[in-house]
Design a protein around this ligand. Sequence first.
Ligand code: FES
Length: 112
Amino acid sequence: ASSTSGAANQKWQKVGTVADLDKTGQLLLADSPVGAVLVVGTSKAAKDLSAVNPTCTHKGCTVAWKTKKNLFVCPCHDAEFARDGKVQEGPAEKPLKTYIAKIESDSVFVKI
Ligand code: FES
């Protein structure tokens, strides 16, 4: 497979099962080499899976996924981020870090 620069030592890491993702619409990998990774979505729309580092880029609180709003919301100062990590509402100015997610058989993976 070809790889772009910087991606050479990235690996697919298992986050959890598809069954658990579909139950709540989100899966958290609390402890990975890049810190926490939060995957949101369902297997019914596998192409729309999103994976972010849920650490708010404002002051480091942990953002929560709000399915109804389709946004990540920070509990500390109400910053809001879209599924692709982009800031929708301040005070945060930088996007959340994002990762590629995929489903393979009955497991959910992120490339980190
Ligand atoms: Fe998230 Fe301030 S730490 S908005």
